[in-house]
Design a protein around this ligand. Sequence first.
Ligand code: PEP
Ligand code: MN
Length: 358
Amino acid sequence: MPVNLLAICFADDVPERSVRDALELLGFAGPDPRWRRHGPRLLTVQCASPLPPERHERLRSVPGVCAVHDRSVPAAPSPGAVVQVGPTSFGDGGVPIIAGPCSVESEAQLLATAELVAEAGADALRGGAFKPRSSPYAFGGLGAAGLHLLARARDRTGLPIVTEVLDVGDLPLVAAHADMLQIGSRSMHNSTLLFACGAEAHGRPVLLKRGFAATIEELLLAAEYVQLGRLAAGHRGPGVVLCERGVRGFDPATRFQLDVAAVPVVHGRSPLPIAVDPSHAAGHRELVPALAAAAVAVGADGLLVEVHHQPDRAWSDGEQTLGPAAFRALVQHVRLLVDVRQVSPLTTTTAIPNGARP
Ligand code: PEP
Ligand code: MN
């Protein structure tokens, strides 16, 4: 039986009576596994059948209800959503490049790299201050000190900052410094973190990386947690850029296997923009330009590239990190490919049906 999914947003000071009224209108007299509160401002509900329009109307007129979002109304294909990060936009046909070191290591390292990526034409600066590492013995980032250095690099170059948030407890600090919050591959399944990033007070956009063993459907559902957080906090706009970064394959020739098909599949199912990270997928810097070119060819809405002024001295992921000359060449090449894409666009992606349920 088809299930209808509703998200109902309430005003800040909504009386509990209104939430009960909304639930009653939907046929619920008390606790039920088919509805769920996400804090005071958001209720999600599964209904057995589509709500008739007059019930929708009544729901909207319950005092304190400010929006009703019906997920079963198909969202795709639709005009792509545009996500703004400072002066840069994702999803408007261009391919902004987020570039910078894997980790923030020192003031000298970050400023040298920030200046070189800015001069080469990058659109945003990345750098991990809180690093997810597979090994507990690997460098875990400078933490708060790294965030301060990123803010200094933004002052120096004007580039907006993209940095990862690993833990809900760090979120206020990271969001105070970052222009865009990165949720890493290893955190994609952390629904508490996803929701909290969406609901964070500044309304910062999120760069959501695909879990390296996650399906595209799971990535899109993870994005919904972020978007529900945004709805709950009253933030406008889609606020999420997805990021394909490779999935675990069987062949150690590359670190991960870049799933280029994820780009057109996402475009066929969701209005959200999708960027591609060729660096973590490749694992070897020699492969990064080819994977970046493939990403642009299949319609990527952005790139995330690891760059260091001295990649052989990087404290993390140096093998996959581009140096100054290679990054400058990549930017030039990407620009040419984007021009080709604009002159001769890909055929419009039609809706691609969902696969198996997760
Ligand atoms: C990163 O971009 O710094 C990173 C750790 O990537 P991922 O989460 O994709 O492994
Ligand atoms: Mn890295």
